[in-house]
Structure formats: structure tokens, C-alpha cells
Design a protein around this ligand. Structure first.
Ligand code: AMP
Length: 282
């Protein structure tokens, strides 16, 4: 597997590919786990050539401490990428992406204002900026993102459509631990007690989906189920827990069939966990 460290190396590699070759792209921040693996696997299956990127993007961290402590495991990551049959990885430096004098930002529309957008000011602007830059550089035909970060996936799809990007944004199912906790690089920061209590997030989503499937489509009852289940442990601080309209990424409304999605962010000590689950059409 090729390791491309500069824009020039990436450009040379890309220019060397036959124009008819389909290129799949998996952007990541490294610290790869089995959640990322599902994106890599899909790209390798669907495209003739696959490339990943590893870049811990300072622009999308709204807490300096979170950026500093974000795990960096380049050697292990590259080994995993090679095992999954990736053809190349792009490992740019901060200066390569944001050279001196860099100023521009991509601003999300209203679909990026609530939930993660509200609780992590600037996060989506930073994410969309780097994703657009990476798309411009890699020129992929398909790009793979996890449904775990549902609002991110929604915004990248929106950006591809609104800004006429000539590529397909593909969502991949959330990969979970046996007890349902969604895999995340940040799970490593949970204490043993937090780890055992963290299962409540998945349980709250499942309970809400069960209620929805049983025919209850009253939003106060669905939202109450989500919130009440999350309140089981004292240490869990809810940032948001709401049923949303998956088409607009705004709160679900009676009379709009959706599909609806249950969305959760909690804090357990220093660690933030986010997760979501599609409920269905109301
Ligand atoms: P990150 O490195 O955390 O920025 O994640 C890179 C990509 O992997 C994003 O598109 C995430 O949504 C996706 N991802 C992270 N965790 C999971 C998971 N548990 N299941 C599926 N995709 C995931």
C-alpha cells in the first residue's frame, strides 16, 4: 500500500490512474477500528481502486483538549488499511492542508445548526471544509461515511448535491460492540464503570424504536422514552435526545412522515458519546 504524504505525491498517484478506473475514498481521523473497517471493506468491494486518508483535522475540534488527546496510531492504522486491501493512504500534515495564509471555510446550511452543530460550534464548518478539500484532491467517484455520525453523513450528502460535486456519498451501517455500544475511537477513554453504563445509549434507541414499531407515533411519548431510558444512571449527562425528521435533520413533526430517526448525545465524565437509530416512516 502506498503512503502519500504530500499533495504532490497524491496528485502524481491520481494522475497515474486510468480515467475509467473507479476510485473509492474513505476519509478518517485515524485510530482505526472495526467501525472504519466496514467503510474500507465496502470501498474495496465497490471500487477498482481505494484510498483512505488519515488527518486529525484541527478545524473541527471545538475543544482543544479533545484535539490534543485524540489517539494517534499511524503504524497500526496503516497495517489495518493494507490488510483490508486499500491501495493507498493519504497522510497529510497540517501545513499541507492549511498552508500559511489559509482562510476559507465551508458553511453548512440549517441542517447543520442543531444537535452536533449546536453543541460543537464550528465542528461542521471544519469538517465540511476539510472534506471538500480532500474531495478536490482525491477526486473520488465514491466516498464512504458511517451512519454513526448521521448528521455528518447528511451534511456531506447535502454538500455533494448543493455544490455539484461529481461523486456519490455512500452511508455504511453503524458497527457495534456485542452489547450495542457503537464503536468509537473515544470509547477507550471510558472508565470501567462508564463503559458498563454506556450500554444505556443503545438501549434507549432500541426502546424508542420498539415503541415506534408498536404503532406509537406520538412525538412526546417517543422523546420521553428516549430521555427516560437515558436517565437511568446519575453520571450520564444528556446533551440532546430527540426524534428527528431524517429528510431535514430538524425535529420531527406530526403530519410529516419522515422517515424519523432517534438521535442521542450524552456525556459520561470527559467523554462524549453519540449514536442514532432509524425508526421508520410515521
Ligand atoms: P472518524 O475517524 O471518527 O472521523 O470516522 C471516520 C469515518 O468512520 C466516519 O465516516 C465515521 O462515521 C465512521 N465511523 C466511525 N465509527 C463508526 C462505527 N462504529 N460504525 C460505522 N462507521 C463508523
Amino acid at each position: 500500500m502506498l503512503k502519500l504524504r504530500t499533495l504532490q505525491e497524491l496528485k502524481d498517484w491520481r494522475a497515474g490512474l486510468d480515467p475509467t478506473t473507479s476510485v473509492g475514498f474513505v476519509p478518517t481521523m485515524g485510530a482505526l477500528h472495526q467501525g472504519h473497517a466496514s467503510l474500507l471493506r465496502t470501498s474495496v468491494q465497490e471500487c477498482q481502486v481505494s484510498i483512505a486518508s488519515i488527518f486529525v483535522n484541527p478545524l473541527q475540534f471545538n475543544e482543544g483538549s479533545d484535539f490534543k488527546r485524540y489517539p494517534r496510531t499511524e503504524d497500526e492504522d496503516c497495517q489495518l488499511l493494507a490488510e483490508f486491501g486499500m491501495d493507498a493512504v493519504y497522510l497529510p500534515t497540517r501545513e499541507d492542508i492549511y498552508p500559511d495564509g489559509y482562510e476559507c471555510r465551508v458553511r453548512p446550511g440549517p441542517g447543520g445548526e442543531l444537535y452536533e452543530g449546536y453543541h460543537r460550534p464550528g465542528h461542521f464548518e471544519g469538517m465540511m471544509t476539510v472534506v471538500l478539500k480532500l474531495f478536490q484532491r482525491v477526486q473520488p467517484h465514491r466516498a464512504y461515511f458511517g451512519e454513526k455520525d448521521a448528521q455528518q453523513l447528511w451534511l456531506v450528502k447535502r454538500m455533494a448535491q448543493d455544490l455539484d460535486l461529481n461523486l456519490l456519498v455512500c452511508g455504511c451501517e453503524t458497527v457495534r460492540e456485542k452489547d450495542g455500544l457503537a464503536l468509537s475511537s473515544r470509547n477507550a477513554f471510558l472508565t470501567a464503570q462508564q463503559r458498563s453504563e454506556s450500554v444505556i445509549v443503545y438501549q434507549a434507541l432500541c426502546a424508542t424504536r420498539e415503541l415506534f414499531r408498536s404503532g406509537v407515533h406520538e412525538l412526546p411519548r417517543l422523546n420521553q422514552m428516549l430521555t427516560q431510558t437515558l436517565q437511568k444512571y446519575e453520571q450520564t449527562e444528556i446533551e440532546y435526545a430527540e426524534v428527528i425528521d431524517d429528510r431535514t435533520f430538524r425535529p420531527a413533526e406530526v403530519g410529516n412522515p419522515g422517515p424519523w430517526r432517534a438521535l442521542v448525545a450524552v456525556r459520561m465524565g470527559e467523554t462524549r458519546l453519540i449514536d442514532n437509530m432509524l425508526l421508520g416512516t410515521a
